[in-house]
Write a protein that binds this ligand. Structure first.
Ligand code: SF4
Length: 333
């Protein structure tokens, strides 16, 4: 089966001023560095990691919103380029982006119904009556009443605005929606509703999600596959059941150990990482995680571990991971 979205060794490097160098020398910030993944139709790839690990940049590269420094992205087999020509606009109809700042995503001077149908007007799809009917159908699909059509963004709650943003994203019948922290700005009570809505919409419209979040619990709930990023690279990737039950990479183990346990009868030992993530313009040699890793050896400081498949297909970038939990004990609750 042809992948819906395929990233092959993609990278995005930025030249930045390096105040630590004499004579104003520059440095390279590797926001994304050699990331590969595949997303099939109707599936969800969750991408997790600390702030600044490159997950949002990865989503923007995948949608052609940022130019690549290296590698290639294909959508339904077609190359994705950061361009603004007719071919790119056609491709972008099938790929949408939803992010956490709903006020920023919507124009506060325009009623939300008009904003939902605006993509149809831009692309010249259907007449006014048909456009309005489609917008009404999507309002209903995202759980909003018809009268919301004439409301303005500031008259709605954050959860309602996120539903409007989803309706607007869906009106061009996309095959992929990149969701960048879609619930991070919402009240906890509303987050579960929006997650359930995303799952319902996936079932109904067969849309795939590239789901970016720092919330591992949510990523576990919505994803068919999960990639963990650290300093611009994927360090572990696999099915959520396997990854959360038996994380192989010490970084994933620390993230998983921090997930709150619902039942008071169950406990989980919290693994605390020492120090902050290193400066991304001065990434440590060898394994970039070695400055915080409790298992680091001299090999880790000298050699960069590749993302490799374990016997069960689970993938990890750690010299000491063998999939037998011999070196890294499980942290399952
Ligand atoms: Fe830790 Fe070494 Fe594995 Fe890196 S390669 S995560 S430093 S044990």
């Amino acid at each position: 089966m042809t992948a819906l979205l395929e990233a092959d060794n993609i990278s995005r490097h930025f030249r930045v001023r390096d105040s630590g160098r004499w004579f104003g020398g520059g440095a390279t910030l590797k926001a994304v560095d050699g990331v590969s993944f595949r997303l099939d139709p109707g599936r969800t790839l969750g991408v997790v990691g600390e702030s600044g690990c490159g997950k949002s940049t990865t989503a923007r590269l995948a949608l052609g919103l940022l130019p690549l420094s290296g590698g290639a992205v294909r959508f339904e087999g077609e190359p994705v380029r950061a361009a603004n020509d007719a071919a790119w606009r056609l491709l972008r109809q099938r790929m949408q982006l939803v992010f956490q700042d709903t006020m920023g995503a919507l124009d506060r001077r325009i009623a939300v119904g008009r904003q939902i149908l605006e993509p149809l007007q831009i692309h010249g799809i259907g007449g006014p009556d048909e456009q309005r009917a489609q917008a009404m159908t999507l309002l209903e699909a995202v759980g909003l009443k018809p009268h919301v059509f004439d409301r303005y963004p500031h008259e709605l709650s954050g959860g309602q605005r996120q539903r409007v943003v989803l309706a607007r994203a869906l009106i061009l019948k996309p095959r992929l929606i990149a969701c960048d922290e879609p619930i991070a700005a919402l009240d906890v009570s509303i987050q579960a509703q929006v997650i359930n809505l995303l799952l319902d919409l996936q079932e109904r419209f067969k849309v795939a999600y590239l789901f970016i979040s720092h919330d591992l619990k949510v990523v576990r709930q919505v994803s068919h596959e999960v990639a963990v990023m650290y300093l611009g690279r994927i360090v572990e990737q696999g099915a959520p059941g396997r990854l959360f039950r038996q994380p192989e990479h010490p970084y994933t183990r620390a993230l998983v150990s921090a997930i709150p346990v619902a039942s008071p009868q169950r406990t989980r030992q919290r693994l605390l990482l020492s120090g902050d993530p290193p400066n991304p313009v001065d990434v440590p040699s060898g394994c970039a995680f070695h400055t915080r890793c409790p298992s680091a050896t001299s090999v880790c400081r000298a050699r960069t571990p590749e993302l490799r498949a374990l016997p069960d297909g689970h993938r990890v970038a750690c010299h000491l991971a063998h999939g037998d939990t011999g070196t890294h004990a499980s942290v399952a609750a």
